[in-house]
Design a protein around this ligand. Structure first.
Ligand code: CA
Length: 423
């Protein structure tokens, strides 16, 4: 077992029993306050541990670690140091926060210097994302969408069970939780119309996804296996791949998603390491037919992470509209990364690879409005008396995710975004 994951560990910081940031989690992020410029922090309970302050005071005397790596506006330089360093730093942070360690807890000036309340901080984009790929790895989602657009008999295209289908998305418009997005404008054509028109989308949607951050580069021409992939994955975030369905339906053939997706995508601010998620490994669904050798793997390479979407209309409280789990994904992250690199395309540190919309079996576990309302034909009834086919201006979409074992919850925090009118 990874030392920092021991369920018996307790911190000298008081942490609520249902906190998503117990001492066994320790996700990394970037934060600032009016007094502190952007820097690396670790979430612990309601606080952030300022690694920049601790680095300057030589709390991380590790091989090859330049402590100024924590004084950066993104995690990329830290991530680029490699898995042995991520693991060593997380283990060291765990040690410093344990109730039997007084290196920080015995020094009240230092506590004031290195602990910041999350509510007093601004959480920033955790990584600079050089490249963003979006996969399409949920069998239920692909089946639902395929049924709507092509009919149930052609729901899954012939390639789907042979390779993790994906496309290259837009990295420049990825924003962190709390950043409002504007309703996009684009070209659409109503089914009965002779010509397309241009204007704000009428079918704005969210997509519930998780994404992993690449932590190691490959050379052009190099490929990696699903087994090696784990050394190339730093951690996971919650991800909302916003979509404009009417624009998507009109533009997507024959080259796939474009402006219906590229206007914005939202990420949660904390990157939960693959190490912290180790207790939540599960076997994925059986893959039939057997994947080609370059995609083959044995063992438990999926994760049991509960996901939830809440919709908050302006002026009322959030309503849960979907619950699902990452274990429903067909293709694993390792297979996705192996496939991405299989043609020799080079990976870069900070690359973001999203799962694709995660839908579970049955309505109520679908990861988009498109599926929850079945293309708008079965609107959601909200407690405030309104209904939704797709998202309206000033709606807020909230995504949550956590794994739970032995009474310990390892979570991602909230991914929360408000939709503003088109500019
Ligand atoms: Ca997507």
């Amino acid at each position: 077992m990874i030392r920092a994951n021991d369920p018996a560990l307790h911190s000298w910081i008081e942490i609520a029993a249902d906190s998503e940031f117990p001492i066994q989690n320790l996700p990394f992020g970037i934060f600032s306050t009016p007094e502190r410029d952007p820097r690396v922090g670790v979430a612990i309970g309601e606080y952030i541990l300022d690694l920049c302050v601790l680095g300057r005071r030589d709390f991380f005397v590790l091989t090859d670690l330049d402590p100024t790596v924590f004084h950066r506006p993104s995690l990329n330089d830290f991530i680029a140091l490699g898995k042995p360093i991520w693991r060593a730093v997380r283990n060291r942070v765990s040690e410093l926060l344990r109730n039997d360690n007084d290196e920080i807890s015995g020094n009240s000036d230092l506590i004031r210097d290195c602990l910041v309340k999350q509510s007093d901080a601004e959480l920033l984009m955790p990584v600079h994302v050089p490249n963003y790929t979006d996969f399409y790895s949920s069998l239920q989602h692909a089946t639902n969408v395929g049924s709507m657009f092509r009919g149930p008999e052609n729901a899954l295209l012939p390639n789907w069970r042979h390779l993790p289908v994906g496309y290259h998305g837009r990295a420049s418009s990825i924003v962190v939780s709390g950043t409002a997005i504007h309703r996009p404008k684009g070209q659409t054509r109503a089914p009965d119309a002779a010509a397309p028109t241009f204007g704000p989308t009428r079918q704005l949607d969210f997509e519930l996804e998780v994404a992993f951050i690449a932590g190691r580069e490959t050379a052009l021409g190099q490929s990696i296996t699903p087994y090696e992939a784990e050394d190339y994955i730093f951690g996971l975030v919650l991800f909302n791949d916003w979509s404009a369905r009417d624009m998507q339906a009109w533009e997507y053939q024959p080259l796939g998603p474009f402006l219906a997706k590229s206007f914005a995508s939202s990420t949660s601010p904390w990157v939960v390491t693959l190490d912290a998620l180790e207790p939540f490994r599960v076997k994925g669904p059986e893959q039939d037919p057997r994947p080609l050798p370059y995609l083959e793997f044995l063992g438990s390479r999926h994760y049991d992470i509960n996901l939830e979407v809440l919709l908050q209309p302006q002026g009322s409280g959030p309503v849960s509209i979907s619950r699902t789990n990452t274990k429903h994904l067909y293709w694993s992250m390792g297979q996705q990364l192996a496939h991405q690199s299989s043609n020799g395309c080079n990976l870069q540190v900070g690359d973001l690879y999203a799962s694709g919309t995660i839908s579970g079996p049955g309505n109520g576990s679908y990861g988009s409005m498109l599926e929850l309302t079945w293309q708008g034909t079965q609107p959601l009834q909200l407690p405030d008396g309104s209904e939704r086919r797709f998202l309206e201006d000033y709606d807020t979409v909230i995504m949550r995710g956590f794994g739970e074992r032995n009474g310990i919850r390892i979570g991602f925090g909230e991914l929360k975004t408000q939709v503003l009118p088109a500019i």
